[in-house]
Write a protein that binds this ligand. Structure first.
Ligand code: GTP
Ligand code: MG
Length: 238
């Protein structure tokens, strides 16, 4: 149905236009309820991400006080661009609608927590799983089972409760937990791979996998060194 398709296209382009800069809302009469709701989303996801950041900040402070060091090296957050949301839905073969979007795209709010040691990642994940002010919906362990290209990280899909005037609303976010070495590899791979959407030549892919293994070995080595230093410190204090 051409008419239907055309009006959908129109709606989509209006949507894209408006959400790209939601400070300038100049709605035509034909604005749908769905679009009104879409306008609120960046603000809602921003609030959810703030909530999450506060929780992580509290964990950092408390663990620092208890253990003398924080397992969290640094944290980065971002809200997914409307353009990337639409592109991702297209890639997944989804018709655009708000409910589909909330079902299909888990990383509109995204947080990356970079840790010193692999063990810290699982300690943080366990802790997050035990909190009452958070729901862990899904865990993808690319550390236990790295991706074929060598990518390693622990991904959590969580839901964060937002207390709004209308009541509590659970908003999804993706948390990626990595060590410094995993983050180095993933950042480099992203830079190298960026704008190259074809299959990599076999030897390049092999060397990337090899680099991922090297990052893994570095993590293991640091863990061994830490253990050794802790033992030395314990022996000295006896
Ligand atoms: P997509 O976001 O479409 O990949 O959804 P998915 O369900 O496959 O999620 P997945 O857990 O595989 O990846 C989510 C996010 O993890 C991505 O958006 C990236 O930020 C990161 N990621 C996953 N795989 C790779 C990878 O091979 N290299 C790098 N650098 N990052 C990756
Ligand atoms: Mg993926």
């Amino acid at each position: 149905n051409v008419d239907e398709q055309e009006s959908r296209h129109l709606a989509l382009s209006q949507l894209q236009h408006h959400v790209q800069d939601f400070r300038h809302w100049e709605w035509d009469e034909a604005v749908t309820r769905e679009m009104e709701e879409f306008k609120r989303l960046p603000a809602l996801y921003r609030l959810a991400l703030n909530e999450l950041q506060n929780k992580i900040e509290a964990i950092k402070t408390e663990w620092q006080m208890r253990d003398g060091y924080s397992p969290i090296e640094h944290v980065k957050s971002r809200i997914k661009e409307p353009k990337s949301i639409l592109r991702k839905m297209e890639r997944k073969g989804c018709e655009f609608s708000l409910s589909r979007m909330e079902d299909v795209i888990h990383d509109i709010a995204g947080m990356r927590i970079v840790c010193a040691f692999v063990k810290d990642i699982y300690r943080i994940a366990d802790h997050l799983g035990s909190r009452e002010d958070l729901r862990v919906l899904e865990i993808k362990d690319y550390i236990a089972r790295p991706k074929p290209n060598g990518y390693q990280s622990l991904h959590l899909i969580v839901a964060v409760p937002l207390i709004l005037l209308e009541g509590t609303r659970w908003v999804k976010a993706e948390i990626q937990l990595r060590t410094l070495a995993m983050d180095f590899w993933a950042s480099m791979e992203h830079i190298l791979y960026y704008k190259y959407d074809k299959q990599l030549p076999a030897h390049v892919a092999d060397e990337l996998r090899e680099a991922a293994r090297a990052a893994d070995e570095l993590d293991q080595k640091m863990l061994r060194l830490r253990r050794e230093i802790l033992e030395l410190a314990a022996a000295e204090s006896e």
